[in-house]
Design a protein around this ligand. Structure first.
Ligand code: PLP
Length: 392
């Protein structure tokens, strides 16, 4: 009895001292940004870092843009949240603006909160429409980590046993013969493809391939889903990356740059899909704050001509990078750029951030450095990076 009392007392003591820790799934750079402005972030000591990573392609209009902040604060003073069971006019305002700036006015918008959720809903929509179960995806692709998104991602190491991949077939990017052969079997509900493969190390589907893909999807009544989560929202110098190929997907998914850091994502849905109450749904998608942030992003993109800027600064960077001898290959469009070296980029990336105070991104290809800066990046800021790269 005494032993038990002592044990309970001891347990309580231990419990009291224990604090909840974070589930350790992210490799972390030991820098703590406390403030952001435009293309820069600042740590606790006030050290300035040039951000060519954009928090993983999320910062589209620049860190803490004053209009974006104002719109969120203004909304916060009125009402912060209500569910999708009431009228939220901001959702329609966002849809109208997005339709206009993207040139996709005829599509409808379903709002959700993350890229994976957008892809999940896109796959469901296709399967609802044609009643099929299989999805064709591409080698090296990344579509997120929820079930439908992770099984269509080409990385079995992030699939748990429950994420059974038996309904997914893979083809190589730009291999139209392989896609045609798979679709001809008649059991594929959708093809899902990134506008530009991002995490893989920036690989573009070529325009002829996308055109042929559109045609073969039409032929076999298979739906074409363009995952523009990373490549959309002006990043490649067009609103959506697939627009470089002049095709129309059935479904377009978008997230990262959409809220400039406020979690918001969307599924753009072709008129051929008929909506039914209860068909899709989510609690947080399309909340007032998410809409306020997303509307502000579109306002700023238009006012500051950020797509044009992404195009101009991106072209300049790509051109200059191609002239640096130690670089094997430069891939991408606009401000979505992959730089391939002969060796792993980890030490270079480390030097860039520690000595030159420049954030850059890695890829699943260890030799490829990824640039995903805010779309406000100027040519003088690009020059800072180019100069640093040449001195390392
Ligand atoms: N699709 C692509 C192309 C992505 O790059 C990502 C994230 O990196 C996702 C989907 C998943 O988005 P989220 O992390 O918001 O779920």
């Amino acid at each position: 009895m005494l032993i038990k009392q002592f044990y309970n007392y001891f347990q309580k003591k231990i419990k009291f001292k224990t604090i909840m820790n974070l589930f350790d799934v992210y490799p972390i750079i030991d820098i703590e940004p406390v403030r952001g402005e435009g293309c820069y972030v600042y740590d606790k000591e006030g050290v300035e870092y040039l951000d060519l990573y954009g928090g993983h392609a999320v910062i589209s209009i620049g860190h803490s843009h004053p209009l974006w902040r104002h719109r969120i604060e203004e909304q916060l003073r009125c009402i912060a949240f209500y569910s999708n069971s009431v009228v939220i006019p901001q959702q329609q305002q966002l849809a109208a603006r997005l339709g206009k700036i993207s040139g996709c006015d005829e599509y409808s918008l379903f709002l959700c909160s993350s890229g994976a959720e957008a892809n999940e809903n896109a796959i469901k929509l296709a399967s609802f429409r044609n009643g099929r179960k299989k999805v064709l995806s591409f080698y090296k692709s990344f579509h997120g980590r929820t079930h439908g998104a992770v099984v269509t991602t080409d990385n079995p190491t992030i699939c748990a046993p429950v994420n059974n991949r038996e309904h997914v077939v893979y083809a190589h990017l730009n291999d139209i013969d392989a896609v045609t052969a798979a679709l001809a079997k008649g059991d594929i509900c959708a093809v899902i493809i990134e506008g530009i493969q991002g995490l893989a190390g920036i690989y573009k589907p070529n325009a002829e391939f996308l055109k042929a893909l559109r045609a073969v999807c039409d032929k076999y009544d298979t739906d074409l889903i363009l995952d523009e989560v990373q490549s959309g929202y002006g990043r490649t110098g067009k609103f959506f990356a697939f627009q470089h190929a002049d095709i129309n997907p059935d479904i377009i998914t978008t997230a990262k740059g959409m809220g400039n850091g406020f979690p918001v994502a969307g599924v753009l849905i072709h008129p051929k899909y008929k909506a039914k109450h209860g068909m899709l749904g989510t609690t947080f998608g399309g909340g007032y704050l998410a809409c306020a942030a997303a509307i502000a992003v579109l306002e700023v993109m238009e006012d500051e001509k950020l797509i044009e800027n992404a195009n101009r600064t991106g072209k300049y960077l790509i051109e200059k990078l191609k002239n640096i001898p130690k670089i094997l290959d430069v891939r991408g469009s606009g401000l979505m750029i992959g730089i391939e070296f002969a060796e792993p980029i980890a030490p270079l990336r480390d030097k860039l951030v520690r000595e030159h105070k420049i954030f850059t991104g890695a890829s699943s290809d260890k030799n490829v450095l990824r640039l995903l800066p805010p779309l406000t990046l100027t040519i003088p800021q690009a020059d800072i990076f180019l100069k640093s790269l040449q001195t390392i």
